[in-house]
Design a protein around this ligand. Structure first.
Ligand code: LMR
Length: 398
């Protein structure tokens, strides 16, 4: 029956995590997967989330099925977090938000929905992008192409080339954009670049699909929602998949959402109905614990303030590690420009290290990063940053 099945080569990110855990060397450093670790190298449990969970249990902790679209309070809080409370798109009923199984669940539900309702569309992702974007959309039956993005020569964005490519796309093409903290490069569009991109999206009648997995890790919760709000202000119709995995440190709870911002309430209602049907066909309904955490943390003024402070502390610790790595590498490898560690945003930096250099780092120095040269800066701490810099400098010396 199954003899013909091809072996699965494994996921490049998760396989590396497995290899890291299997590594017996005590000095090993995990800069692979996009997970925030604290100064002690532990996965933090945020007090805001702990307090929310205590309240959920105190309220009885019953676990009925949620509706297909998820918990109403959670969905309302998500829309407000994305667009800002009282936004006209929300008050006019033009936002269709569903709670999803992480933002990956949201991306997948959105991809299946779009394959049904825009079956001829192609999907365009940044070059490079998160490994799983291509797999997900191809898995939903799409043809996936790339638009120019990262400029290895300057460490910036090939913005003119990006716009040229987007100008040449057929109407109704789907354009996947990282709203902030680009994964894997850490190189974001500036507000001015978003402002220049949006008219192209509108004139070409393209459908922006934002991936917002790292809100709060760039410059702040509202600052990182710039693209979401600018698209709404320009009156575009678009999708946004957002995640609380990193921002609330609730990776395994699978807390995420998918929102469609539409031209009219009637359209949003149609979209919501079909998103519900899409969910029903995949996993029926999302998890209740995830919904309650999000609804409590965002919906209670005290918990929300606590969470915002916790998120700011995570963001600031990452920024401090960027400064420390940059300083140490600049001393160890003078003559090289490591300024990209300071200008890139969020958890990731693109080091420009080759796959062979990455292998050398792992094999000889027990420093784990993705073979594209992406490092997760959030895996650094004051105890391992010097060793990491020394290992990188040794590999760069060849
Ligand atoms: C990453 O890029 O490392 C994270 O988004 C985790 C994942 O699922 O790949």
């Amino acid at each position: 029956m199954f003899e013909h099945i091809q072996p699965y080569a494994g996921d490049p990110i998760f396989a590396l995590v497995d290899a890291f855990h299997a590594d017996a060397r005590p000095q090993k450093v995990n800069l692979s997967i996009g997970i925030y670790f604290d100064e002690q190298g532990r996965l933090p449990v945020l007090p805001s989330v702990q307090q929310a969970e205590a309240r959920i249990l105190a309220a009885g902790g019953a676990k009925p099925y949620l509706p297909m679209e998820g918990d109403a309070a959670c969905r309302a809080e998500v829309a407000k977090l994305l667009l800002g409370g009282g936004h006209p798109a929300i008050t006019e009923g033009r936002v269709a938000t569903i709670q999803t199984v992480g933002s990956s669940g949201g991306l997948k539900v959105g991809a299946d929905f779009l394959k049904t309702w825009l079956p001829e569309a192609g999907v365009w992702v940044s070059d490079p992008t998160w490994d799983n974007h291509r797999s997900m959309f191809e898995g939903s039956g799409f043809r996936v192409e790339t638009y120019p993005y990262y400029d290895a020569a300057t460490g910036g964005v090939r913005f003119d080339a990006m716009l040229d490519t987007l100008r040449g796309l057929p109407a109704r093409s789907i354009v996947l954009l990282h709203a902030c903290c680009h994964n894997p490069t850490g190189v974001d569009l500036s507000p001015a670049q978003w402002d220049a991109l949006i008219p192209v999206l509108r004139e070409r009648q393209l459908l922006p699909y934002l991936d917002l997995a790292y809100q709060g890790f760039g410059d702040g919760i509202d600052e990182d929602a710039y693209a979401v709000r600018a698209l709404a202000a320009a009156g575009l119709t678009y999708f946004v998949a957002n995640s609380f995995s990193k921002s609330m440190s609730v990776y395994g709870e699978r807390c995420g959402a998918l929102s469609a911002v539409c031209a009219t309430k009637a359209e949003a209602d149609l979209v919501l109905g079909q998103l519900r049907f899409t969910v029903r066909r995949i996993y029926s309904s999302p998890g209740i614990h995830a919904a309650k955490i999000v609804a409590h943390v965002l919906g209670d003024a005290d918990l929300r303030a606590l969470w915002q402070a916790e998120l700011a502390a995570m963001r600031e610790r990452i920024a401090a590690m960027r400064v420390a790595l940059h300083a140490r590498l600049t001393t160890l490898a003078p003559g090289r420009d490591f300024g990209y560690f300071l200008s890139q945003r969020g958890m990731f930096s693109y080091t420009g290290l080759s796959a062979a250099q990455v292998d050398q780092l792992r094999e000889q120095h027990a420093v784990y990063l993705i073979r594209s040269g992406r490092i997760c800066v959030a895996g650094l701490n004051t105890g391992n940053v010097d060793r990491t810099a020394e290992a990188m400098a040794a590999v760069l010396r060849g």
